[in-house]
Design a protein around this ligand. Structure first.
Ligand code: ZN
Length: 235
Protein backbone atom coordinates (compact mmCIF):
# COMPACT_ATOMS: atom_id res chain seq x y z
CA UNK A 1 0.00 0.00 0.00
CA UNK A 2 1.45 3.33 -1.00
CA UNK A 3 0.51 6.00 1.47
CA UNK A 4 1.73 9.52 0.93
CA UNK A 5 2.55 11.49 4.01
CA UNK A 6 2.73 15.17 4.78
CA UNK A 7 4.86 15.44 7.89
CA UNK A 8 5.08 18.26 10.40
CA UNK A 9 7.97 18.06 12.86
CA UNK A 10 8.65 20.02 16.02
CA UNK A 11 11.29 20.20 18.72
CA UNK A 12 10.52 16.71 20.02
CA UNK A 13 12.17 15.06 17.02
CA UNK A 14 15.50 16.74 17.82
CA UNK A 15 15.68 16.29 21.59
CA UNK A 16 17.24 12.84 21.06
CA UNK A 17 19.95 14.68 19.08
CA UNK A 18 20.72 16.81 22.12
CA UNK A 19 18.81 19.94 21.15
CA UNK A 20 16.61 21.14 24.01
CA UNK A 21 12.94 21.93 23.54
CA UNK A 22 11.87 25.52 24.23
CA UNK A 23 8.60 24.69 25.92
CA UNK A 24 9.01 21.17 27.29
CA UNK A 25 9.79 20.32 30.94
CA UNK A 26 13.53 20.77 30.26
CA UNK A 27 12.92 23.66 27.87
CA UNK A 28 14.92 26.85 27.66
CA UNK A 29 11.94 29.12 28.34
CA UNK A 30 10.65 26.90 31.12
CA UNK A 31 14.00 27.15 32.88
CA UNK A 32 14.72 30.80 32.03
CA UNK A 33 11.73 32.95 31.06
CA UNK A 34 14.03 35.97 30.58
CA UNK A 35 15.56 34.14 27.63
CA UNK A 36 12.34 34.75 25.74
CA UNK A 37 13.36 38.41 25.11
CA UNK A 38 16.05 37.13 22.72
CA UNK A 39 13.30 35.74 20.49
CA UNK A 40 11.19 38.91 20.34
CA UNK A 41 11.94 41.06 17.31
CA UNK A 42 11.12 44.37 19.03
CA UNK A 43 13.36 43.65 22.01
CA UNK A 44 16.08 42.40 19.68
CA UNK A 45 16.09 45.53 17.53
CA UNK A 46 15.82 47.86 20.52
CA UNK A 47 18.63 46.51 22.66
CA UNK A 48 22.27 45.80 21.96
CA UNK A 49 22.37 43.88 25.27
CA UNK A 50 19.57 41.56 24.11
CA UNK A 51 21.41 41.01 20.81
CA UNK A 52 24.66 40.26 22.64
CA UNK A 53 22.81 37.71 24.80
CA UNK A 54 21.24 36.20 21.67
CA UNK A 55 24.61 35.85 19.90
CA UNK A 56 26.12 34.29 23.02
CA UNK A 57 23.22 31.84 23.06
CA UNK A 58 23.68 31.08 19.33
CA UNK A 59 27.43 30.55 19.66
CA UNK A 60 26.84 28.05 22.49
CA UNK A 61 23.94 26.32 20.74
CA UNK A 62 24.23 22.54 20.37
CA UNK A 63 22.91 22.86 16.79
CA UNK A 64 26.32 23.28 15.13
CA UNK A 65 27.60 19.86 16.12
CA UNK A 66 24.33 17.93 16.59
CA UNK A 67 23.76 14.84 14.48
CA UNK A 68 20.41 13.65 13.12
CA UNK A 69 18.83 10.63 14.81
CA UNK A 70 16.94 7.63 13.46
CA UNK A 71 13.71 9.62 13.17
CA UNK A 72 15.30 12.26 10.91
CA UNK A 73 16.84 9.47 8.83
CA UNK A 74 13.50 7.65 8.53
CA UNK A 75 11.91 10.81 7.08
CA UNK A 76 14.79 11.25 4.62
CA UNK A 77 14.15 7.66 3.55
CA UNK A 78 10.46 8.43 3.08
CA UNK A 79 11.38 11.23 0.67
CA UNK A 80 13.67 8.92 -1.32
CA UNK A 81 10.78 6.46 -1.64
CA UNK A 82 8.59 9.20 -3.07
CA UNK A 83 6.10 8.83 -0.22
CA UNK A 84 6.33 12.37 1.08
CA UNK A 85 4.29 15.32 -0.18
CA UNK A 86 6.27 17.62 2.10
CA UNK A 87 8.47 17.66 5.14
CA UNK A 88 7.31 20.67 7.09
CA UNK A 89 9.26 21.65 10.18
CA UNK A 90 9.02 24.13 13.00
CA UNK A 91 12.65 23.40 13.79
CA UNK A 92 15.52 25.70 12.87
CA UNK A 93 18.29 23.17 13.45
CA UNK A 94 18.82 21.89 9.90
CA UNK A 95 18.92 18.26 11.08
CA UNK A 96 16.48 17.10 8.42
CA UNK A 97 18.85 18.36 5.72
CA UNK A 98 21.83 16.82 7.53
CA UNK A 99 19.93 13.50 7.44
CA UNK A 100 19.52 13.79 3.67
CA UNK A 101 16.11 15.41 3.22
CA UNK A 102 16.26 17.86 0.32
CA UNK A 103 12.75 19.32 0.25
CA UNK A 104 12.18 20.84 3.68
CA UNK A 105 9.68 23.59 4.38
CA UNK A 106 11.14 25.50 7.32
CA UNK A 107 8.16 27.36 8.76
CA UNK A 108 10.25 29.13 11.39
CA UNK A 109 13.35 29.72 9.28
CA UNK A 110 16.85 28.41 9.82
CA UNK A 111 19.65 29.01 12.29
CA UNK A 112 22.19 28.23 9.59
CA UNK A 113 21.84 31.61 7.92
CA UNK A 114 21.94 35.21 9.08
CA UNK A 115 19.90 38.10 7.70
CA UNK A 116 20.74 41.80 7.78
CA UNK A 117 17.59 43.49 9.03
CA UNK A 118 18.54 46.64 7.09
CA UNK A 119 19.90 45.68 3.66
CA UNK A 120 18.32 42.16 3.76
CA UNK A 121 21.54 40.50 2.69
CA UNK A 122 21.65 36.81 3.70
CA UNK A 123 24.93 35.19 4.71
CA UNK A 124 25.83 31.76 6.15
CA UNK A 125 26.05 31.51 9.93
CA UNK A 126 29.50 29.98 9.33
CA UNK A 127 30.73 33.50 8.49
CA UNK A 128 29.46 34.84 11.79
CA UNK A 129 30.65 32.19 14.23
CA UNK A 130 34.36 33.12 13.81
CA UNK A 131 33.54 36.79 14.48
CA UNK A 132 31.75 35.77 17.68
CA UNK A 133 34.61 33.52 18.68
CA UNK A 134 36.98 36.45 18.08
CA UNK A 135 35.06 38.46 20.66
CA UNK A 136 32.48 40.51 18.76
CA UNK A 137 29.43 40.75 20.99
CA UNK A 138 26.93 42.31 18.59
CA UNK A 139 28.36 41.88 15.08
CA UNK A 140 27.01 44.30 12.48
CA UNK A 141 26.47 43.84 8.74
CA UNK A 142 29.84 44.34 6.99
CA UNK A 143 28.12 45.96 4.00
CA UNK A 144 25.73 48.45 5.58
CA UNK A 145 26.42 48.34 9.32
CA UNK A 146 22.90 47.13 9.98
CA UNK A 147 21.64 44.75 12.65
CA UNK A 148 22.23 41.07 11.96
CA UNK A 149 19.93 38.31 13.15
CA UNK A 150 19.71 34.58 12.55
CA UNK A 151 17.29 33.79 9.72
CA UNK A 152 14.73 32.44 12.14
CA UNK A 153 11.23 33.73 12.74
CA UNK A 154 11.08 35.63 16.03
CA UNK A 155 7.96 36.62 17.91
CA UNK A 156 6.55 39.64 16.12
CA UNK A 157 7.83 38.49 12.72
CA UNK A 158 5.56 36.89 10.15
CA UNK A 159 6.18 33.56 8.49
CA UNK A 160 7.26 33.31 4.87
CA UNK A 161 3.91 33.15 3.07
CA UNK A 162 5.29 31.08 0.19
CA UNK A 163 6.57 28.43 2.58
CA UNK A 164 3.27 28.38 4.43
CA UNK A 165 1.27 28.10 1.20
CA UNK A 166 3.45 25.20 0.05
CA UNK A 167 2.84 23.49 3.41
CA UNK A 168 -0.92 23.90 3.06
CA UNK A 169 -0.85 22.57 -0.51
CA UNK A 170 1.21 19.53 0.54
CA UNK A 171 -1.16 18.85 3.42
CA UNK A 172 -4.12 18.80 1.03
CA UNK A 173 -2.46 16.27 -1.28
CA UNK A 174 -1.32 13.70 1.30
CA UNK A 175 -3.16 10.62 2.52
CA UNK A 176 -1.89 10.87 6.09
CA UNK A 177 -0.84 13.97 7.99
CA UNK A 178 1.80 12.99 10.51
CA UNK A 179 2.61 15.41 13.35
CA UNK A 180 5.85 14.48 15.10
CA UNK A 181 7.30 15.93 18.28
CA UNK A 182 5.18 19.04 18.26
CA UNK A 183 2.87 20.25 21.01
CA UNK A 184 0.54 21.62 18.27
CA UNK A 185 0.07 24.82 20.23
CA UNK A 186 1.87 27.25 17.93
CA UNK A 187 -0.02 28.67 14.95
CA UNK A 188 -0.12 28.70 12.01
CA UNK A 189 1.88 25.43 12.15
CA UNK A 190 -0.72 23.66 14.30
CA UNK A 191 -3.46 24.88 11.95
CA UNK A 192 -2.13 22.44 9.34
CA UNK A 193 -3.94 19.77 11.38
CA UNK A 194 -7.18 21.63 10.69
CA UNK A 195 -6.34 21.76 6.99
CA UNK A 196 -5.74 17.99 7.03
CA UNK A 197 -8.91 17.20 8.98
CA UNK A 198 -11.08 19.46 6.81
CA UNK A 199 -9.71 17.72 3.73
CA UNK A 200 -10.58 14.34 5.26
CA UNK A 201 -7.00 13.18 5.77
CA UNK A 202 -5.86 10.67 8.35
CA UNK A 203 -4.19 12.38 11.32
CA UNK A 204 -1.42 10.57 13.19
CA UNK A 205 0.32 12.21 16.16
CA UNK A 206 3.63 11.07 17.63
CA UNK A 207 4.35 13.14 20.72
CA UNK A 208 5.26 12.45 24.34
CA UNK A 209 2.74 14.94 25.74
CA UNK A 210 -0.99 15.35 24.98
CA UNK A 211 -1.90 17.85 22.23
CA UNK A 212 -5.10 19.81 21.51
CA UNK A 213 -5.67 17.60 18.45
CA UNK A 214 -5.53 14.22 20.21
CA UNK A 215 -9.31 13.75 20.19
CA UNK A 216 -9.44 14.15 16.41
CA UNK A 217 -6.43 11.96 15.69
CA UNK A 218 -6.80 8.52 14.10
CA UNK A 219 -3.69 7.28 15.87
CA UNK A 220 -1.62 8.62 18.77
CA UNK A 221 1.81 7.30 19.72
CA UNK A 222 3.51 8.42 22.94
CA UNK A 223 6.59 6.24 22.63
CA UNK A 224 10.06 7.75 21.92
CA UNK A 225 10.12 9.32 18.47
CA UNK A 226 13.55 8.02 17.44
CA UNK A 227 12.33 4.41 17.77
CA UNK A 228 8.65 4.92 16.93
CA UNK A 229 9.03 6.72 13.62
CA UNK A 230 11.30 4.22 11.85
CA UNK A 231 8.88 1.40 12.85
CA UNK A 232 5.79 3.37 11.85
CA UNK A 233 7.16 4.32 8.44
CA UNK A 234 8.47 0.83 7.71
CA UNK A 235 5.02 -0.70 8.23
ZN1 ZN B 1 23.27 45.11 5.73
Amino acid sequence: MTRRFAVLTGAGISTASGIPDFRGPQGLWTKDPAAQAMFDIDEYVASSAVRAAAWKHRLAAPIWTAEPNAAHRALAGLERQGRLTALITQNIDGLHQKAGSTNVLELHGTAWFVDCLDCHRRIPMAELLPRLEAGEEDPACLVCGGILKSATVSFGQSLDQQVLEAAVAATKTCDTFLAVGTSLQVYPAAGLCDVALTAGKRLVIVNAEPTPYDEQADQILRTPIETTLPDLLAS
